[in-house]
Design a protein around this ligand. Structure first.
Ligand code: GLC
Length: 476
């Protein structure tokens, strides 16, 4: 059976021995199916939210930030020199040094650091001291403490930028909630932390989102690339927009023809416009999350939440007597125990459900598992995968529609995209149906927030020489 938008029976309900169970399963899970009309409606609403997000005086508040990144040009291949990047967005942060040159053969130097929960949830000043220490440790380990280097700061949270090197954190997302940073400029806080140390000399020349880094890295590899997308712990996209369409951009930007816009689609629907697709399962995932009531769209499918969504559904079906003889296990009923990587494993099963069985064993569920249970679990995982693919395609198709070039490469990164065995194919199918006239390809672009950030630092350094309008002069 083909995964077409108008195929309302995909994925197919499993044939079970017990027909009453089949009917009950249909009643409890049909809310997760999005038919073609609904997907097209989501697409239209997203388009309208984008328009409102770019408007100067919108008739109502859009749920999309549509933030200006102040990056007015893509790499042109002439980038040259050593650049550093600091990448914060998940439970690990990284410091990177790239050597950009025409040959581009050298692998970047990278050091990973765990960002402990007490740092992610503790006071902002401590978080930035921690980051400055990571930069120091990296420089010391690589014997470059004596060097003065430009650094690009990948800060993968919603920001309103005022310049390429100045932003204001709008809200925390994912697993961060550090007090004292919302409403502040992360560049300033990082610079202050660096200054407090007095033992490193780096200049924070740009702040960027991971989607932006991915787009820039993609454009470095493929000149058709004008969209960056992350399907990882969180989800978001950015794209190259015509400057004259950004009505809200009041500052003087004469001569700038295009600029990258960070959509922040994780928050799509936070104003209620998408409530018609929200299920009780989604409500529960939200209620179980760190930042309740925000980033509802991201919670429908991104890596931090998709496993939890599956768990919530499976637990509910167990309570309803549909799975595991109604018994379940402690682990199944424990919040966040079912990670999104398990979805990829289950989807990776071919004829024999080897991975599914191994997971059930790990969850102490195998002894109460029937063959029907296995079919149901695989079905649920397919259902939420297909819903994820349709939702992402609805939004991606709008970004593609805005591209004026004859073909577009979408640079994609993130663990969900990388490891899910079927997501890529589904995204391509649904998106092609939604924008049949657009030629596009999805390109896995790893390390955008590392190498891409180095490239942004290089572009920033180049632009500083002649285009001051996109910088805040706060060096030092
Ligand atoms: C969250 C952040 C966004 C980031 C995305 C992917 O949605 O708000 O800035 O791009 O996660 O990491």
């Amino acid at each position: 059976m083909k995964p077409l938008l108008n195929n309302d029976e995909f994925p197919k309900l499993p044939a079970l021995d017990d027909t009453t169970k089949m009917n009950k399963l249909t009643t409890l899970t049909d809310c997760l199916r999005l038919n073609e009309e609904t997907v097209r409606k989501v697409q239209q609403i997203f388009e309208e939210e984008m328009r409102l997000g770019l408007a100067k005086n919108p008739s109502r508040q859009s749920s999309l930030l549509m933030a200006n990144t102040y990056i007015p040009e893509l790499p042109d291949g002439s980038e040259d020199g050593y650049f550093m990047a600091l990448d914060l967005g998940g439970t690990h942060c990284r410091v990177i040094m790239v050597h950009l040159n025409k040959a581009n053969k050298e692998e970047p130097l990278v050091k990973y650091f765990d960002v402990p929960q007490n740092v992610r949830l503790g006071p902002g000043v401590k978080l930035f001291d921690f980051l400055a220490k990571c930069v120091y440790d990296f420089m010391k380990a690589n014997d470059i403490l004596s060097k003065s280097l430009p650094i690009g700061f990948t800060f993968s949270f919603p920001m309103l930028q005022k310049a390429l090197n100045e932003g204001i954190l709008v809200t925390w997302t994912k697993s961060f909630n550090s007090p004292g940073v919302v409403g502040q400029d992360p560049v300033k806080m990082l610079k202050e932390a660096i200054k407090r140390r007095e033992d490193i000399d780096v200049d924070v020349v740009a702040i960027l989102n991971d989607t932006t880094g991915t787009l820039i890295q993609g454009a470095y590899l493929d000149h058709h690339c004008t969209i960056g997308m992350i399907l990882g712990t969180g989800s978001n996209a950015c794209y190259v927009e015509r400057a004259d369409r950004i009505e809200k951009w009041e500052e003087n930007h004469a001569g700038v023809k295009e600029v990258i816009i960070d959509v922040e689609w994780g928050a799509f629907g936070d104003n209620g416009v998408l409530d018609f697709i929200r299920t009780d399962y989604d409500r529960q995932v939200d209620a179980n999350s760190l930042l309740v009531g925000s980033f509802t769209f991201e919670k429908y499918f991104s890596g931090k939440y998709m496993g939890e969504l599956a768990r919530v559904i499976l637990a509910h079906l167990t309570h309803q007597g549909i799975l595991f003889e109604g018994k379940g296990s402690k682990k199944l009923f424990t919040k966040d125990s079912f990670t999104t990587s398990l979805i990829s494993h289950i989807e990776g099963d071919q004829m024999e459900p080897v991975n599914t069985r191994a997971i059930l064993e790990e969850f102490d569920l195998l002894m109460n598992t029937s063959d029907d249970d296995i079919k149901i679990i695989r079905y649920i995982v397919h259902l939420i995968t297909v819903r994820a693919a349709k939702l992402v395609s609805a939004c991606l198709s709008c970004l593609l529609n805005r591209q004026t070039r004859s073909e577009t490469t979408v640079a994609v990164d993130g663990s969900l995209y990388k490891f899910h065995p079927r997501l890529h194919e589904l995204l391509v199918k649904y998106t092609s149906e939604l924008v049949p006239n657009k030629k596009f390809k999805l390109m896995l672009t790893e390390d955008g927030s590392g190498k891409g950030a180095g490239l942004v630092a290089a572009i920033a350094t180049r632009l500083m020489r002649y285009n001051k309008q996109i910088f805040t002069d706060s060096r030092g």
